[in-house]
Structures are given as structure tokens and as C-alpha cells.
Design a protein. Structure first.
Length: 373
């Protein structure tokens, strides 16, 4: 069992050890895994949560970018040379990003807004997905797609991850914002006290996925549990079985437990901490970390312990700055527990304990080999 928790942990470069969301949360299940097994740091070197996730699976950089994987799962064809990006509704103002979920906009308002943005972006295809998520497909010029940092860097902050100042993403962002800000849907949302979906954040660009994608996962018998079309797309790319969940971490846990009854290797990814941090800052992320431990990790660990022989790894796809939400390339905390392990790990699953353990693991084959993958 591999549990990938997006943004589990904070960058200790900007937050004192005792003040991180992980150190302040109640995490008895994660602590048990770290104490009985091995806890340390996964050296991802990734520039985004999705890149961190695919690195954990041993997928080569760029082989399964977020946009093309989402297109594959949503059934959006990409022609030779096409590039695809995720295009998320967000809320911005003069101070910067205010809501990375665009006020939770849904149909039919989301469709109307996306049509308006499409009229402002000739030569590209905008396709609705679900919630705040959309897809943009554009012809490529033979070069690598521009990299987009987190939406926190699009406005009010100099980009920390290489966003091209005069590039196409900046131009798309500006054109879409000019069309969305005055839209009647957003005027009404503001009048009702709701956050307007007044901009699009383009990220995860890449070329069409060549199926199958090589990874460090077992060749057969893998189940991938997660949310949205991206779960279907990645499972198809890997030759795995997708289980798409529409719900919270409780729903993910139930789906994982069902999958464990039929499959020898299950992977689940949750973005609940990313969402909690975006909406509630450090306090929200700390509370969500406690809830994650109780609602996802503990039930899954309990079922595995009943199986006799088992192995479970919990890993973050990267850490974030607790105050700004910016993604860091620093090492991500991880822990591995096998049924035969004893009590020789660290006392608690925290960033500092994982770093001090001296246990560094390469993502992909290095991590999955500890599970017998």
C-alpha cells in the first residue's frame, strides 16, 4: 500500500520545527508507522505536487504531465504536437491570489465563464472538466511547454519557479482575466458575497502521453485510487485499474479498503491538505492533518494489520511554505512499515524527526522496493 499525501509537511526552512502543521497535529497512526518502521526523507527534486507524485511512482520527468494525463482520462484527444494544460478557475484581487478554487464555482455558471474565456483565447481549445478544473489544448511549437508555478506566484509575487515573464502563460492569464472579471456571473457572485471565478491558472503543461508509461510500480495488479479524470488517465497510462472517488478522505479510505480485498498493490493520493491550506492557512492544514490521520491512514493501516503480511508507505509529494503556500523542492517526509518490522524508527512522524533519521530514499524504485514492488 502506498499512500501519497499532497503537501504533507511544511518546509522547515521557513517554519520552526515546533510550529509546522505536522508537528502540531494529532497523528497516532502516522507516528506508529514511523516508530515501528523507517522514517526519513524522499529526495524528489520536483517543481510541483504532481511532479512529486509521479516521481514517487518512478515515472520519468515529463513523461506524464498533469495536463495530458487529465486529457487522457477525460477522453480529450491530443494530436501530434499538441500541448495540454490544466486551466483552473481562481479568485484574484490586487493583493494576489485569494481563492485557488474560484469560489467553488459549478455548472451552469462555470460553463458560461469558460465560454467567455474561450472567446478571449483564439486558437486554443478550452474544455470543461469538473468543479474549478478545466483543460486547455493548444498547438505546440516543438519546444518544451512553459512551466507554471503555483497560482500564488501569478499575481503580486515574483515567480520562484521559472515562469517566463513575457511567455504565453502570462498572455493567456491576462486575456482570460480581462474577460472573466466583468462577466455577469461574477458580478452576481460578488453581490452575493461569493468569491468570483475571475481568472484561470494554467499549469501542468505537456505533450500527449505515450501509453504505456514506464514506472517503478509492479507490472500487473495495481489499483490507483483518487479523484477526477486525472486518476483514470494515470491508471490508463500505467496499465493500472482506476478507482475514481467523488468524496472526502473517508470515501477514499472506503475505496482503498475495498481495493485491498482484491488487489496486491494499491496506490492512493489525496489533496485534502492542499485544499485545507488554501482555505484555512497553517491552522487549517494542521487540523486537516489530524483528520487525515484518523480518516484515511488509521482505517487503512488497521485493515492491513489484519492481513498478516503487509507493507505500507506514506509519503508526501513535496512540502510547502506554511505562510505563502509556495511549493518547495526540499526533501519530503516519508515512512515505510512492513509487518516484520520492530520498533526502531523515530518517535514521531515530523519533518525534523524524518530529517534527523539520516534515512534518505530515492523516489520510484528506491521507495517501492521497500514495499516489495
Amino acid at each position: 500500500m502506498l499512500v501519497v499525501v499532497s503537501a504533507l509537511g511544511d518546509s522547515t526552512e521557513t517554519a520552526p520545527d515546533a510550529e509546522t502543521s505536522l508537528a502540531g497535529a494529532a497523528t497516532p497512526a502516522l507516528d506508529l508507522i514511523a516508530r515501528r518502521g523507517r522514517a526519513g526523507v524522499a529526495d524528489l527534486g520536483a517543481a510541483s505536487p504532481w511532479e512529486g507524485f509521479t516521481a514517487l511512482l518512478g515515472i520519468a520527468p515529463g513523461a506524464a504531465a498533469l495536463g495530458p494525463v487529465e486529457a487522457l482520462g477525460a477522453g480529450v484527444p491530443l494530436r501530434a504536437g499538441d500541448l495540454a494544460w490544466r486551466a483552473d478557475f481562481v479568485t484574484t484581487d490586487d493583493a494576489g491570489l485569494q481563492d485557488p478554487f474560484g469560489g467553488g464555482v459549478r455548472e451552469p455558471e462555470a460553463g458560461a465563464l469558460l465560454r467567455a474565456a474561450g472567446e478571449a483565447l483564439p486558437g486554443v481549445l478550452l474544455r470543461r472538466l469538473e468543479g474549478h478544473r478545466n483543460l486547455l489544448v493548444a498547438p505546440g511549437d516543438g519546444g518544451a511547454p512553459e512551466f507554471a508555478p503555483t497560482p500564488f506566484e501569478m499575481i503580486g509575487k515574483p515567480p520562484a519557479a521559472g515562469l517566463v515573464e513575457g511567455g504565453i502563460l502570462r498572455a493567456w492569464f491576462a486575456a482570460a482575466a480581462a474577460a472573466l472579471a466583468p462577466h455577469d456571473v461574477n458580478r452576481v457572485r460578488v453581490d452575493l458575497g461569493e468569491n468570483p471565478a475571475n481568472a484561470l491558472w494554467f499549469h501542468g503543461g505537456g505533450a500527449a502521453v505515450s501509453v504505456p508509461v514506464a514506472s517503478a510500480l509492479p507490472r500487473t495488479g495495481v489499483v490507483l485510487v483518487g479523484r477526477g479524470a486525472v486518476t483514470t488517465g494515470l491508471a490508463r497510462a500505467l496499465g493500472a485499474t482506476p478507482v475514481v472517488v467523488d468524496g472526502d478522505d473517508d470515501a477514499l479510505a472506503a475505496a482503498v479498503i475495498d481495493a485491498l480485498r482484491e488487489s496486491a498493490f494499491v496506490v492512493v493520493r489525496t489533496e485534502s491538505l492542499l485544499a485545507a491550506q488554501a482555505r484555512g492557512g497553517p491552522d487549517g492544514k494542521r487540523e486537516a492533518t489530524s483528520a487525515l490521520d484518523a480518516r484515511l491512514v488509521r482505517p487503512v493501516l488497521g485493515v492491513l494489520e489484519e492481513c498478516g503480511d503487509f507493507a505500507i508507505a506514506v509519503a508526501s509529494d513535496g512540502v510547502t511554505d506554511p505562510r505563502t503556500g509556495l511549493y518547495s523542492r526540499a526533501g519530503a517526509p516519508c515512512a515505510v512499515l512492513r509487518s516484520e518490522d520492530g520498533n526502531d524508527g523515530v518517535p514521531r512522524f515530523t519533518e525534523s524527526a524524518c530529517a534527523r533519521s539520516g534515512f534518505h530514499v530515492a523516489p520510484g524504485a528506491g521507495l517501492l522496493s521497500l514495499l516489495g514492488g
